[in-house]
Design a protein around this ligand. Sequence first.
Ligand code: 0X9
Ligand code: CA
Ligand code: CA
Ligand code: ZN
Length: 425
Amino acid sequence: MSTRRRIGGALAATGLALLAVTTPVASAQTGDPARGLYSVEGASTPDKRTEVARTGVDVAGSRGGALTIVATPGQAAALRANGFGLKSLGDFDSMLKQRSGRAGTAAVAGDFPPGDEAYHTYAETTAELQKAAKDHSDIATLSSVGKSYEGRELNLLKISDNAGTDENEPEVLFTCNQHAREHLTTEMCLRIVQRFTSGYASDPAIKKMVDEHEIYVIPNVNPDGSEYDITGGEYQGWRKTRKPVPGSSAVGTDPNRNWDYKWNCCGGSSNSPSAEDYHGPSAFSESETKAVAAFIDSRVVGGAQQIKTHIDFHTFSELVLWPYGYTKAETDTGLNEEEAKRFADVGKQMAGTNGYTPEQSSDLYVTDGDINDWAWGKHKILSYTFEMYPKDGGIDGFYPPASVIPEQTARNDKAVDILINEAKA
Ligand code: 0X9
Ligand code: CA
Ligand code: CA
Ligand code: ZN
C-alpha cells in the first residue's frame, strides 16, 4: 500500500544505504492506514494552524487560511471532531505514484523519476561541487562538515577570493535540503554555487561579493532522506532523517525541530516518533544537525561569530520567514525591538525582489527547535527560512517539474545578493 515500504527497492537503488539493511526501517510504516490529502478550513490563525500541526499530521502547504495536510483517517476524524472543515483532495499514495511519472516508463535506478532527471541526486550534486572546486580552485574549496547517519559526506563549498585562507571578511551561509523531499532547494544551493563561481570572471558585481565575503554553501543537509525519497525512481513523500528512533519502530526525526535552542519547549514539535515533526529523542540527536551546528560553532573566531547572515531553503508556499518560531511574540529573550525590526526590514526587502510573502515564522505556525531560532538565539546570525515555489498545492507542491528549476531558483538571485551584502551591516 504505502510506497514508503519498498525498502528492498530503496537499498538496491541507492546502493549506499547499507547501514539501513541491519536496522528496522521497514516496520515504521507497517500497518499505517491509507493517508489522505485534505484541505483544512478554519485554520486562519497561527493558533489554529499550530493546533492542526500538533495532531501530528503532515502540513504540506499553507495559503492564507487554508492548510493542505496529509492525514490518516483517525487524524482526519479527530480534526473534524475539533471543528475543522476537511475537504478530501484524494489519496496521498496514489497521488505520489501518479506524480512519479509516466505509466510504463521505468526509472533509472538511483535517479529521479522519468521527466525529472534534471534534478540532482546526491552523487550528481557532489560531482557538481567537485567540478566547481576544480574549475575555480582559486575561489572555491570543497570540504565536509561531517557525515550523515548513513555515512554520506555533508558537503560544504566555500567561495571567496583566496578561498584556502580564512580571511577577515564577513561570512554568509546558505543551507538546503533539511527536509528530504524539498528537492528544489538543493537546486537553489547549486544555483548559488554556479553563479558565484562561473560568474566571477565576467560579472563585476559577482566578483565584488565573492572578494569581500566568505560564502558557505551546504546543498544537502539531509542526504540520506533525499536519496530515500527517490527510492526506485518513485517519490516517497519523505521529510525526516533516516535514523531509526531508539526504542521505537519509527524511522526519522524532523531535523528542523532538532536544534538545541528552546528545543521541545513550546508545543511546536511532536513527542511522537512517527509524527512528521518529531523533535527527536534529544536536541541534536541527529548527526546532520549536530554536524552543521558544530561547523557554525567553529566559525566563532576570537570570540566573534564570523557568519553574519543565513538562509535555510525549504519548499513550499513562497514565504520569507524569520525568528522566533517558538513564540508568537515579536520580541523575547535575545531578540529586542530593534533586532526584530531589522529581521522584518531585510525580510521585506528580500521579499520585494521575489514576490514571496514576508512574515515572522510563528505567523505561519509555531515551531520549536528550528535552525533559525538556534542561529539567532545562540549566534545572533540574521537567519531566514525561504519557502520556495510553488505558492500552494498538495503533495505535488514538493515535486514541481524539473522545467521550473531555472526560473524558480533565479527568482531568488536578488534576495541572495541582499542577504550577502547585509552581512557587512
Ligand atoms: O515546518 C518547517 O520546518 C518549515 N516549513 S516546511 O513546510 N518546509 O516544513 C518552516 C520552518 C519555519 N519556522 C516556523 N514556521 N516557525
Ligand atoms: Ca577571501
Ligand atoms: Ca573569515
Ligand atoms: Zn521544509
